[in-house]
Design a protein around this ligand. Structure first.
Ligand code: ADP
Length: 447
């Protein structure tokens, strides 16, 4: 248990004790006047009243300082004690001598000193008061039997000094340990708040990911349902066309049947691609070639109804190192960036997908010349549920960045409002020397 008080705690302790001391002083002055005015046989009553007036002046100064939040003569406790020693001795001298009730002022003075100052100061004050008592006895002389009362008074003063110092030390120690417990409590409180905030953020993040996954799963289910519903009549139509073709139609009909067959085949391919893409994302890690993922993304993006009006170009070198990641997740991340770029651009807008190898990493950039990102949105861009789209979820960028960071990569962006945005995905590359299969180059314009 530490008993040391901080400077601010010490001041508040001194102010609190000072408020007690001020009351003790005023009570002493009031009692003094009562004693001086109601008793007879005083050595010099007017001198007693004059000294009491002096004491009242001192108490008034003390009170004024206390009201201002300060302690009068705080740095000179022994000066105060010396003044009090002289003051009390003079009161006793002009009162009835060694048996004057004013000698109890020594006790009050010691109590005040003990609660305000360290035990050493209290014991020095005790010494000063003893000297003052001896001087008083000497001044009074043998005739007034002053010396006989001295030992008992000194013993009483020592007793009070010890008791009040011990009590004050105990109070200070208790105050200090309470203060320490309080600051520890504050620390724990702050720690608890921080942990709650962390947990809430983690909860929000996992909730957002679950919603995103559910959205993707619902999309997959829908695509599978559509494929099933459309697939059967499509297969029936296809066999019907083939049957008609086998019956040797005239050249005009044969040409039209061929056309119908090719269109049916195209629809079947489209459905197969959609179903492939929409199957539940596998979290399995694998060596992923970004060029292949880019190609797959563009194969899906072409079905987005707004894609047709944008020029999407790619620049992906053929000897990039592979990255280790769940392929489906990478596909979703890049597709989300491409969809965002399409949404941000107007008809005729340009979108570029560039992949570059940098030392130890592979950097994918998706650049568009769309409306860019408003400065007010920058802070919130990667926060879950932030969206400016009427039917957006605001989860794409948030979930993408989380996945990329979990894979040891990073995701950032730059934007000039009105002139477009550039999103960057940086992934750790496989170490040099590892097998680098010949990669498919995805380069061209998706229409
Ligand atoms: P959503 O697409 O559902 O809105 P995202 O997290 O993918 O969710 O995107 C959040 C928001 O970031 C978008 O609503 C959009 O305002 C902004 N944003 C993302 N990409 C771009 C971009 N290339 N240009 C301008 N704004 C963008």
């Amino acid at each position: 248990m530490t008993t040391s008080l901080k400077a601010s705690d010490r001041l508040s302790w001194e102010l609190a004790t000072e408020s007690i001391v001020v009351r003790i002083r005023w009570f002493g002055i009031a009692m003094g006047y009562v004693l001086a005015l109601t008793r007879t046989g005083l050595h010099n009553a007017s001198a007693v009243c004059a000294f009491l007036a002096l004491g009242a002046g001192y108490a008034a100064l003390d009170t004024a300082f206390h009201r201002m939040g300060e302690v009068f003569l705080i740095r000179w406790p022994l000066f105060v004690s010396s003044m009090e020693s002289i003051f009390i001795a003079l009161l006793c001298y002009h009162d009835t001598g060694m048996d004057s009730p004013f000698r109890w002022y020594y006790l009050l003075s010691l109590i005040c000193c003990a609660i305000r100052s360290r035990p050493a100061v209290a014991w020095t004050t005790f010494g000063l008061h003893c000297l003052s008592l001896v001087a008083l006895a000497w001044a009074l002389g043998q005739g007034r039997s002053a010396w006989s009362a001295l030992p008992l008074t000194v013993a009483l003063l020592a007793w009070v000094t010890w008791a009040s110092s011990a009590l004050a030390s105990l109070l200070k120690a208790t105050g200090a340990s309470l203060e320490q417990a309080n600051s520890e409590l504050e620390l724990h409180g702050a720690d608890l708040e921080r942990r709650v905030a962390e947990r809430s953020a983690a909860l929000r993040a996992s909730q957002a990911r679950v919603i995103h996954q559910e959205k993707m799963a619902a999309f997959g289910l829908l695509a599978a349902g559509i494929a099933h519903e459309v697939g059967n009549p499509l297969a029936a139509l296809s066999s019907l066309v083939q049957m008609l073709q086998r019956r040797g139609p005239d050249p005009y009909t044969a040409e039209k049947l061929g056309l119908a067959d090719r269109q049916l085949g195209r629809i079947q391919r489209t459905i197969r691609e959609l179903v492939d893409f929409a199957r539940p994302a596998s979290p399995a890690m694998g060596r992923v070639r970004l060029a292949e993922v880019v190609e797959e993304v563009l194969g899906v993006a072409k079905y987005y109804h707004r894609t047709g009006d944008r020029a999407i170009t790619t620049d992906v070198p053929d000897d990039l190192p592979a990255v280790t990641a769940p392929r489906d997740h990478l596909t979703q991340i890049i597709l989300n960036l491409v969809f965002n770029a399409i949404d941000a651009t107007v008809k005729g807008g340009e979108i570029q997908l560039i992949v570059r190898e940098e030392p130890g990493r592979v950097v994918l950039t998706v650049r568009d010349d769309g409306r860019g990102i408003a400065p007010a949105d920058r802070e919130r861009l990667f926060q879950p549920y932030f969206t400016t789209k009427p039917r957006g979820t605001g989860l794409g960028l948030f979930v993408s960045r989380q996945i990329v960071e979990e894979l040891g990569g990073s995701m950032d962006y730059a934007s000039e409002p009105g002139r477009g945005a550039t999103f960057r995905v940086v992934m750790p590359a496989e170490a040099a020397g590892e097998a680098r299969p010949h990669l498919l180059v995805a380069e061209g314009v998706v229409s």
